[in-house]
Design a protein around this ligand. Sequence first.
Ligand code: GTP
Ligand code: MG
Length: 329
Amino acid sequence: MASDNFVDYVKIFCRSGNGGSGSRHMKREKYTPKGGPDGGDGGRGGHIILKGSNHVWTLLHLKYQKHIKAEHGEPGRGNLMTGAEGSDTYIEVPVGTIARDAETNEVLFEISEHDEEVILMKGGRGGRGNNHFKSSVNQAPEYAQPGEEGSEGWCILELKVLADVGLVGFPNAGKSTLLSVVSAAKPEIANYAFTTLRPNLGMVEYRNNQSFVMADIPGIIEGAHEGKGLGLRFLRHIERNAVLLFMVPADSDDIKKEYHILLDELKKYNPELLDKDRLLAISKSDMLDEELMSEIAEDLPEIESIFISSVSGLNMQQLKDMVWKTLHK
Ligand SMILES: Nc1nc2c(ncn2[C@@H]2O[C@H](COP(=O)(O)OP(=O)(O)OP(=O)(O)O)[C@@H](O)[C@H]2O)c(=O)[nH]1
Ligand SMILES: [Mg+2]
């Protein structure tokens, strides 16, 4: 069985650092007994920063670290010395991570590159020292600004599946087998439902050294939109421009019907999924002879379809051409 250490969703509580307070120091030196205000500014509080990394693949490392804090800034001091900034706290996340405000569910931003840094929670500004508040009427202000407080709140981090093609099908349709044949990925394959529990990604080499990424996701079942099974959960955040490749096995009793059940689950889950381009592959077609194939071809859903077999290799290149053409149309 696939291990469940593929964590693609975490809720974390973040608190950025408070700004340090400004100083109210008065200059007092041997020859300048009334030197006036020389209080420095407080240091800024530490930010909480998300940083994209190619070295992490999941959000597992955040699953058990729910509270993340950054340091407070130091107060300003005399002689116009600014307080030290609170150090920032970096959270390493995989490329393709989306940050949301947990309260409003609003998407804040997305990390799309290695080393990209975005502030998730800003540290408080340091307060200004009394030196700034000197005026013609008050040459020796006893006042300095307090540091601004840091922010705190719950955030959601979610991982998108960065793929160009998503395989959509009932369990056992042959999705993982297809991925294993067209890419170097080695997903688990077995003759039972729900072999795949987390997405497998594979790079499909295409003509002229071009390539696209295919995602094999867990099988989708009737009632999936009500939370049954896992497949739709991953489909939720597949790349915006991805093509959906539906897979229905050749030995299905009713290919058209099966396709429509899948489509219906997608629609009930999130109608926006229907905005994606769709293709249909009739898998395991090595089980068909010419006659059966043309009989089935008479009654297919009205989308671009192709008979394939990962076992015999039937139409593998044609399938890639079809996907490529759809991705680049
Ligand atoms: N005859 C034939 N059998 C196939 C073909 N592709 C896959 N199978 C078999 O179908 C069964 C299921 O294959 P998987 O690739 O694990 O199916 P899946 O869609 O990934 O299934 P889940 O992960 O459970 O959703 C396995 O026993 C495969 O050997 C094919 O082209 N022809
Ligand atoms: Mg599978």
